[in-house]
Structure formats: structure tokens, C-alpha cells
Design a protein around this ligand. Sequence first.
Ligand code: SAM
Length: 320
Amino acid sequence: MIHQNSSQSVAPDNPPGSVPAKADSAVEPNGASRQSKPEPGLYIVPTPIGNLRDITLRALDILQGADLIACEDTRVTGRLLQAYGLETPMTPYHDHNAARKRPALLRRLAEGARVALVSDAGTPLVADPGYRLVQEAVQAGVPVTALPGASAALVALSAAGLPTDRFLFLGFLPSRAGQRDRALAEVAGLRASLIIYESPRRLAASLAAMAGVLGEREAVVARELTKRFEEIRRGTLGALAGHYATAGAPRGEVVVVIAPPGAKAAPSDAECDDLLAEAMKTHSLRDAASLVSAQTGLPRRAVYDRALRLNRPDADTGET
Ligand code: SAM
């Protein structure tokens, strides 16, 4: 089953200056007034993973007010800054120069600078550079502020329709088959959904390996999230592996989400009601809800509320 999203715009509709409308007089929900210049310190700033409008007003404030933006690629971040009319100086900070650049950044921070860390897309430190910079800033007593924002892992999980109560982010699996399979075997018994970043080129082989090591489970391949050709493809690991083996490597960027062992894809409300109706023939309402919750991986409370409604269709369950 796939879904395609062709309605997403990938560029901001408003000219840069108009995004934080009435920003100078804006009052934040917590009552604090928006400041033109952030306090000194290190700011971890998520940026869009596709749709340029997926950036918060606060992230734009920080990018504007920072003395320096440390970014993976100044061309990529430069395009974002340009889209929002920001002219903050940038300096490259990526896997290949991080060890060399860190002391200078920490010196600036110690002198009271405001440094924003961004990556090419999404949340810095999530399969992206920044962990050591944050670690050393914390050790040096520099204030570190992380902003919430886009991350492909959580967008994929939210859209997957697979259990979300427990999940494990594995980042990119090792590229060598032996190491990849060992990494999968380590987590095979975990009762948690797994979130994996994967390159389109390796996708078919990886899905086949996942099916081999983890067993046949429901899974989702989430591709080009928030972009024009966003696609969410659902199926078992084996079926997905077969699809990509035949169709070839997809274009764009990909996240794989895999259901925990034994979990089925989230059933529709109608499927859940059918299971409940069947279970309530032989069980109390409470036991039927527990049974169906265990069968489906849906939260017990939600199933219990549906059971109440099934039993008394006009009952107000407090569900919103
Ligand atoms: N820091 C980023 C985040 O918070 O998601 C991830 C950076 S990592 C270097 C890049 C990987 O993230 C891609 O190979 C892909 O697996 C995933 N990714 C990033 N953007 C994506 C998108 N729009 N759709 C699907 N996957 C995406």
C-alpha cells in the first residue's frame, strides 16, 4: 500500500521578512518576549528535511541572532539563509574537519559568542555531526540550548502506522553485510519498532537482510518525506525487498521503520471493532480489551474506550 503526496510546497511562500509576522512585538506562549539577540551559548537548530517551511519561528530567530552558524555545507545552509533573508556568517563544521574546528568554536563560545549548529537537513546530532561539540561545550560550562524541529526518523515513525510506544533509532546500518547482519541480530528480540536510515542503492539488499535476520515483519519505507514526491510504502519486509529488487533503487532519501516482533500493522478502527466484537463473545469487556490490545499492539486504554463504545454505542467515552 502506498501513498503519494504531491501537494507539498518545498519553498516558502512568504518573502523572508514576512515569516515571523509582527515578530518584534510577538509574545511567546510562555510569556517571554521575543528577544532580538539570543543569550550567549551554543544552539542546536533543526532545519527542514525537504519542505522549506518546516522550520520554526524560533529557529529563524536564533539563526538571525547568532554571531556564527556552524554548518556541514555552507552552500546548503546558504540556500536556507537566503530563502529567509538571513545574512549570518557561516563556518563549515563537518565529519572531516570537526576535530580541527572544535577548539576554535569552543573558544568563541567561551568568549560569549552565540553559535548556532545546523546540519544539512533535520536535527543536528541525529546521524549528523555535533555530539562531541555539545559534549565539550557542556564540559566547558557553556550553555547549550536545543531547539525542537524536523527529523526524518520521527516523521517516518509518525506516518508509519506501526507501534510507537517503544522505538529504537539505529541510524545507518554498517555497509558490510556481516556487520550489518550482526547489528540486526543484536536487536532482533527487542519489543520495539526499529527506525533505520538507508541509502536507496542498498535498500533492496538491506530489506532482504532484515527479513532474513529479523523474520517476516510489517515495515514501512518512507521516502522523500515532506517533499513533492513523498511516498510511504507499506508491506512485510520480504514483500518490500521483492518490490525494490524488481523496481530498482528508488530516488531520494529513505527511512525504514520495522514493527516489533509479533506486531501487526495498526488495524483500522473497523478491524479493531471486529476483533473486539469477537473477543467479547467469550470474554468480559475488560479482558477483551486487553486481549485485542495484545493482538494489535494498540494501547490498552484506546482499545478499552472502543470496547465501551461498541458495548454502548451512544456512550460518551471522553475520547477527543
Ligand atoms: N539529521 C537528519 C535528521 O534529523 O533526520 C538526518 C541526517 S542523515 C545524514 C540523512 C538520512 O536521513 C537520509 O539518508 C535518510 O535516511 C534520512 N532522511 C533525511 N531526509 C529525509 C527525507 N526527506 N525523507 C526520507 N528520509 C530522509
